[in-house]
Design a protein around this ligand. Sequence first.
Ligand SMILES: [Zn+2]
Length: 280
Amino acid sequence: MKVMSLEILEKSDTKLVFVVDGISIEMVNAIRRIIISEIPVMAIDEVIILKNDSPLYDEIIAHRLGLIPLTTDLDVYKLPRDCECGGYGCPLCQVSLTCEVTNTSNTTMEIYSANLSSNDPKIVPVNPNIPLVKIDKNDKVIIEAYAVLGLAKDHVKYQAVSNIFYRFYPEIEFDSTKCTKCPDKCLVSRMCPEKLYDFSNKKTPILIEDYWKKCTLCNFCQNECPEKAIKVRWKENTYIFSIESDGVLSFEAIIKKTFEIFLEKIDEFIENLGEIEIES
Ligand SMILES: [Zn+2]
């Protein structure tokens, strides 16, 4: 059996790109689907507006609050439906965030996500500079909001990642000996959208070393090369996986939770399979 291998190409707080080898497309797609819709994430779900002098309706402010990405701690909090309180709201499933601002200046004032103060310092807006609403001088806004864990399959505000996709790992076979007879001054090197062929020496084009990072498998080179010197394929069971996050969870926490959910699903499948009577 082939062992799965993984190589990280790029990693920052907001982006993770890696090559995964030895995994079927069904598995890689199941992982993508779990990450996009089943990782629990904190978001504001209930808002009590005590005072709103701003020009925006209460509903619009509540909607804007719901879309503020909040840092999430999966070790402490539970989904309300799994909590011992029965989803009523307790310190294990709910965080309170309040915002009380009075404009004492002589000009209009902008209220930002930084003005939300949380009762848990671990659950705060990921970015303090998200504009919420503007208020005029002497105006006031008092809001009480409650954040809970939720799943993106129920509402998109609970999505743990901003973007996630995988693509096939390109493999190009390039026989440059065929180029000597070519009447064209390398059409492919001029036209390749990703500039994968270097023809700066004006003798023979060279396929750049890390072509696989950029190649989008458009097959232009294979189809248009007059000498048929290029063959484009993709490597079986190897994928380039890319995840972008707004920072609600670390990538480590996302991957760990993904496999916890994956294993739970397999257990559930086996359990349900045992209950099915198969006619022979
Ligand atoms: Zn609870």
